[in-house]
Ligand binder design. Structure first.
Ligand code: IFM
Length: 506
């Protein structure tokens, strides 16, 4: 099953220089009065949409950044925190580039006030961060660790004082290690453990937190952790992947109900990793492959929540192998209050040839080839910059799910620019990225999408999972030796965007 983001990343790495799109061509099209017809057509190809230039966002729009506990907190064994699968994985030699770990990361557990100062300086009114489950329940069950709860309570209070909305992700990949030893997400008992944990955090923080995210990128952590083995817990089993899919879908449903039982007025969503899937060619086979790619990439965890079923395009997958029992699909239902979209790039899908099917046994199960596009510029991680992907995805979700509330819960780019002689970080490519994706997003809003917020990934350079510290996505630069944070040009530009509620020139 050649379908994952990281896999496609590998396939495009080293694929040659960017095709040289007019690039970061916004400056041409923003001066719309003088834009030529040809420039407007190129802009449509790059940004999407049919209407004119849009740069202003609705009143009350949320401008934020996103982070995750393991990627920034450090303090991996302090104040009663238990071991997570990411602690164990990163401490296993050979799993992470350069032997990096999140033991210290950005040391946000101790320096969260500095992080808050960055957000204030960027004029943000929303901050998406995650709670580390083993900081709350060191072994994954039982009474809460009060020091862990106190930490998040302080952060929430600090945010509210600064008029920044806390958008809390309950699970961003750091399962308590002891739960993994009982089977982790392949074990149906984990559903109940997760619902208990959800209830604990909702009870403790729900008097001040109104907006919650149940899971970050379920499709990514189930695939990378249980089938590819490149993320914790490092398993490589198709059966585990199928089972974990279903257990996480059940947990999404039970977690939703647990949260609403504790806090009936809470707004609850999930942050889905999404990518619009385009057929490689005009053939019916490629079009079918693109629909299947859309199902596994974008709606594998959304259809069970909203419609109580697995996506129609995937009905050939074996439900018995997934562990689906009678009555389960009612339990997966979770009428989410908003759909979180994490989006970085588009996907090109095609049908594998008979030869390819013969070479890859898994292609019989999931007959789709997926890779990234090759027309746009590439980030340092090799991901194609393609703003129209955001427009296309938002419009498809808007059409298919009856105009739901949408939050862009992540978008961003890895560019490894460091400080120049004066200490400034001139990351103009990151400014261009966010500016172009925001223009595409503004077009989707102008055409009817109900988008409430945009969260740049990420506040500051941090631990990028299997890539360790080698990939910098931050709007602020982190010196991992001194822990000094410096706002990059992109962070300064984003501060102006947030203050003016519109896409401004660099
Ligand atoms: O760093 C990750 C984040 O944890 C989840 N979404 C994608 C980001 C960049 O890879």
């Amino acid at each position: 099953m050649r379908l994952t983001r990281r896999k496609f990343v590998q396939s495009v790495l080293g694929a040659g220089a960017a095709a040289g799109l007019p690039g970061i061509l916004f400056s041409a099209c923003s001066k719309s009065s003088k834009a030529t017809t040809a420039a407007a057509a190129t802009a449509r190809k790059f940004y999407g949409g049919s209407s004119g230039d849009h740069a202003t966002f609705p009143k009350g729009f949320f401008w934020g950044t996103a982070t995750a506990a393991y990627q920034i907190e450090g303090a991996w064994n302090e104040d009663g925190k238990g071991e997570s699968i990411w602690d164990r994985f990163a401490h296993t030699p050979g799993k992470i580039k350069n032997g990096d770990t999140g033991d210290v990361a950005c040391d946000s557990y101790h320096r969260w006030r500095e992080d808050l100062a960055l957000m204030r300086a960027m004029n943000l009114n929303s901050y998406r961060f995650s709670i580390s489950w083993p900081r709350i329940q060191p072994s994954g069950t039982g009474a809460p660790n009060s020091k862990g709860l106190d930490y998040y309570s302080r952060v929430v209070d600090g945010l509210l004082e600064a008029h920044i909305r806390p958008l809390v992700t309950i699970y961003h990949w750091d399962l308590p290690q002891l739960l993994d030893e009982a089977g982790g997400w392949t074990n149906r008992d984990t559903v109940g453990r997760y619902a208990d944990y959800v209830q604990l955090v909702a009870q403790s923080l729900g008097d001040r937190v109104s907006d919650w995210i149940l899971f970050n990128e379920p499709a990514a952590f189930v695939d990378l952790g249980y089938m590819e083995g490149t993320h914790a817990p490092g398993r490589k089993s198709l059966l585990d992947f199928l089972r974990a899919t279903h257990v996480v879908n059940l947990a999404q449903g039970e977690g939703f109900r647990a949260l609403k039982a504790a806090r009936p007025t809470a707004r609850v969503g999930t942050a889905f990793s999404m990518s619009p899937c385009e057929p490689a060619g005009d053939s019916d086979d490629d079009k079918l492959a693109a629909e299947r790619a859309h199902a596994i990439t974008n709606t594998w965890f959304l259809e069970p929540a909203l419609r109580g079923r697995y996506p129609e395009a995937l009905t050939f997958l074996p439900e018995t192998a997934m562990g689906v029992k009678s009555g389960d699909m009612e339990k997966t239902r979770a009428p989410l209050d908003f759909i979180g979209i994490n989006l970085y790039y588009r996907t090109i899908a095609s049908a594998p040839s008979a030869m390819e099917r013969a070479a890859h046994a898994q292609d019989w199960l999931f007959p789709v080839k997926m890779e990234g596009g090759h027309e746009g510029p590439k980030t340092d991680l090799g991901w194609e910059v393609w703003p129209k992907a955001l427009y296309d995805m938002v419009m498809r979700i808007t059409r298919d799910y009856n105009r739901p509330a949408i939050e862009i819960t992540e978008s961003g780019c890895a560019y490894n620019d460091g400080p120049d002689a004066s200490g400034a970080i001139r990351d103009s490519r990151r400014v261009a990225y966010h500016r172009e994706y925001l223009l595409a997003l503004a077009r989707s809003i102008a055409e009817g999408a109900d988008v409430r917020g945009y969260h740049a990934w990420t506040l500051m350079d941090n631990f990028e999972w299997a890539e360790g510290f080698s990939q910098r996505f931050g709007l602020a630069y982190t010196d991992f030796k001194t822990q000094q944070r410096t706002i990059k040009d992109s962070g300064r530009w984003y501060a102006r965007v947030a203050a003016e509620n519109r896409v401004v020139s660099p």
